[in-house]
Design a protein around this ligand. Sequence first.
Ligand code: PRP
Length: 187
Amino acid sequence: MQPSDVEGDLSRVLHTETEIADRIGDLCRRIEADEPADGDGRPLLLVGVLKGAVMVMADLARELRIPVEMDWMAVSSYGSSTRSSGVVRILKDLDTELDGRRVLIVEDIIDSGLTLSWLVANLRSRGPASVEVCALLRKPEAQRLAVDVKYSGFDIPNEFVVGYGLDYAERYRNLRAIAVLAPHVYT
Ligand code: PRP
């Protein structure tokens, strides 16, 4: 779906499909360059966080010129105040053992940082060789917890953004661009 298909619902486009593809290419070149030269015989394990990371995971994985494995987690915050609590519940865990693995968490967005800081700590407790983070979007003004993000795509303003995996009420995930949702849609 293109921004023009839901034009009345969007305030403005922040990043076009082309800009996103270019930035994912940049991130992939950096990830490839950081691969251990001698290799350790096991491919990098990409861990996508459902559902928002589906698009970035699909494009990042295909753009990478190195072998990778892919696995998925689904998490949700406890209680109705959701992410303000910072307490996260695993809805779907990894199928992969992390012992000795190099892990790259792939996220669409870091908002408060609570999900990711919990996830990094959780995965690090499973004995991996390393856990790094790749996030396409960051909202520096909203971030409450510092997360060490090795590969970051775009810093965006603290506004309601949708598209490229990001939803409002499960809609707009299939928008090819990243856009600010018009307030009349959610007020
Ligand atoms: C979004 C996003 C991150 C999280 C970031 O997921 O995909 O996982 O919020 O927010 P935080 O930095 O404040 O913790 P969401 O809970 O909206 O679920 P979804 O991916 O299924 O849309």
